[in-house]
Design a protein around this ligand. Structure first.
Ligand SMILES: Cc1cc2nc3c(=O)[nH]c(=O)nc-3n(C[C@H](O)[C@H](O)[C@H](O)COP(=O)(O)OP(=O)(O)OC[C@H]3O[C@@H](n4cnc5c(N)ncnc54)[C@H](O)[C@@H]3O)c2cc1C
Length: 501
């Protein structure tokens, strides 16, 4: 009789946080025949740390969001207390700058920030009974509070400009195009971990987490315990999941075929949305298709600009761009129209001369189609239009492009009005495609404790019920699927995170 942990062939598609978490957990369980296939020429997926300026930047995930019940935070604390550091109030103490170069007075900006900040707390309760979108809830809330007597002295025009900008910021958190797309109740499915929500990786970048999971440092090799188990530039083109064979056959981009006892899919929801009809043979069951269609996936991009020196005041942590209606006309309908959705620039830890800008929605996707010089020219237009100092020419420049890359097709997932209408969610996405193993011989051979064999499993951030859109959600989903296979083979389960209880 074969030892299941040694013989069972498990193929994981995608070497992002979820795939790496899953593979390393499977090895911990004693499974040895584990293979990771990654379409890109690098591992990490939406964790992408690159050298830039005086240090590194993260084109994708940048912060560990929270401490309590955060699997990433726990992992780091177990290994190296010093890896993470608070970013401080960079995204709270920003200046609000108008398109006529006026800086909104601090006492007014602070009151406007308090109005939207307070809504962060009240929405946790009020959205429970809300049947509409996050957008309609926030708009009503903001203008209701603004109309109260104590706020009548706030200039209405500035307040509206501020709120327009704030909505862009919220869209960057959700990865939605507009907040009207975001389900009010669905928004509550996300659980924020208590503690500091902007912990950065100092001068190392988020890739440090991958090294920790792979134990690269300890093993003194790039892929650590995944050495010989990870193939880059290997795209899975087709997944034949024949329930009768009880095995899965994968067609790869180099023409090879690969048989597996179990396959774990960690590709982004964007990839699944675009490719599931041609990727799976036979096609996925209807409820799985509905979860892929119903869960939402959007684009957020970053713009990093390095200057020869910091030209902004010492006490500025960043600035948001408040367009006046009359100024917006200058770019509307022109080749610069996309700049409307660059909503702010902020300092970057360990990068004294770098500012990081954010862009959302269709304009964020459009930016990806532009030449580098045109994007840079647009950003310099923004700096010179909104700020009154002389701005030096930049020395370095880099943008992310998550949408045009066929291996991502966007940035992260959220819960839309359509998710709500279709009555679907992460649970449905995470449901494996199983086969029933009936013959006693087969069951004995596999030493399994269950008769439902999970043939094709689904991990990745979008399949996390409460921590979607984050790295800790991706890691947790990877572990969840490793646990599922361990459970199938009757192994004692290691860690079960709180959100999965
Ligand atoms: C701009 C941006 C900022 C973010 N900021 C944060 C942050 O600060 N904090 C945070 O917690 N999270 C953040 N996130 C979200 C976080 O990066 C993701 O939730 C997480 O990294 C997703 O990991 P994953 O393994 O689920 O998916 P991915 O990282 O997408 O991994 C899937 C892998 O599958 C590969 N693949 C795709 N198709 C195939 C195929 N056919 N065959 C083989 N391989 C394939 C892809 O190349 C990819 O490497 C951010 C994301 C973006 C884009």
């Amino acid at each position: 009789m074969s030892q299941p942990t040694a013989a069972t062939k498990i193929v994981i598609i995608g070497a992002g946080a979820s795939g790496i978490a899953c593979a390393t957990k499977l090895l911990e369980y004693g499974f040895q025949n584990v293979l990771l296939l990654e379409a890109e020429s690098r591992l990490g997926g939406r964790i992408h740390t690159i050298p830039f300026g005086e240090n590194v930047i993260d084109l994708g995930a940048q912060w560990c969001h929270g401490e309590r019940d955060n699997i990433v935070y726990d992992l780091v604390k177990r290994h190296d207390e010093e890896l993470l550091e608070s970013t401080g109030p960079v995204y709270e103490n920003y200046q609000c700058v108008r398109s006529n170069r006026e800086i909104v007075p601090e006492h007014i900006a602070n009151r406007l920030k308090t109005i939207v900040g307070d809504s962060l707390i009240s929405r946790q309760l009020e959205l429970r009974n809300c049947s509409g979108s996050l957008g309609s809830y926030l708009t009503n809330k903001f203008f209701d509070v603004l109309r109260q007597p104590e706020n009548r002295d706030i200039d209405e025009v500035i307040a509206r400009e501020f709120f327009d900008n704030y909505q862009k910021f919220e869209n960057s958190v959700e990865a939605s195009d507009t907040l009207d797309q975001v389900s009010g109740q669905g928004y509550l499915e996300f659980w924020e971990c208590e503690g500091d929500i902007l912990l950065n990786w100092k001068d190392k970048g988020y890739k440090e987490l991958l090294k920790l999971m792979m134990r690269s440092g300890e093993m003194k090799s790039e892929f650590g315990i995944l050495e010989q188990r990870l193939i880059l530039n290997r795209r899975v083109e087709k997944i034949h999941w024949n329930r009768n064979d009880k095995r899965v056959e994968l067609e790869l981009n180099n023409g090879e075929k690969c048989l597996a006892d179990h396959v774990i899919i960690t590709v982004s929801l964007g990839v699944l949305k675009e490719q599931h009809l041609r990727l799976f043979e036979p096609k996925l069951p209807k409820d799985k298709q509905r979860s892929i269609d119903g869960l939402a996936f959007g684009t957020v991009n970053k713009i990093f600009v390095e200057f020869p020196r910091a030209f902004w005041p010492e006490d500025w942590t960043g600035f948001t761009l408040l367009w006046r209606d009359e100024d917006l006309k200058d770019i509307k309908g022109t080749s610069r129209a996309w700049l409307e959705d660059v909503f702010g620039f902020y300092r970057v830890s360990y990068q004294p001369n770098v500012l990081a800008g954010w862009i959302i929605n269709a304009n964020g996707r459009h930016m990806e189609s532009l030449e580098r010089d045109e994007i840079l020219d647009g950003c310099m237009y923004l700096f010179r239009r909104f700020l009154s100092w002389s701005i030096p020419d930049p020395v370095n420049f880099r943008t992310s492009a998550w949408f045009t890359n066929e291996n991502f097709r966007g940035s992260y997932s959220y819960r839309s009005m359509e998710t709500e209408q279709l009555g679907t969610g992460a649970r449905e996405l995470a449901q494996p495609l199983s086969v029933v193993v009936t013959s006693p011989r087969e069951r004995e051979d596999l030493q399994q404790s269950r008769c439902d064999k999970p043939l094709v499993c689904f991990a990745g951030e979008a399949s996390s019920e409460h921590y979607y859109s984050t790295v800790h959600g991706a890691v947790e989903a990877g572990w969840r699927e490793a646990n599922r296979l361990a459970d199938f083979y009757g192994l004692p389960i290691k860690t079960i995170p709180k959100s999965q209880l």
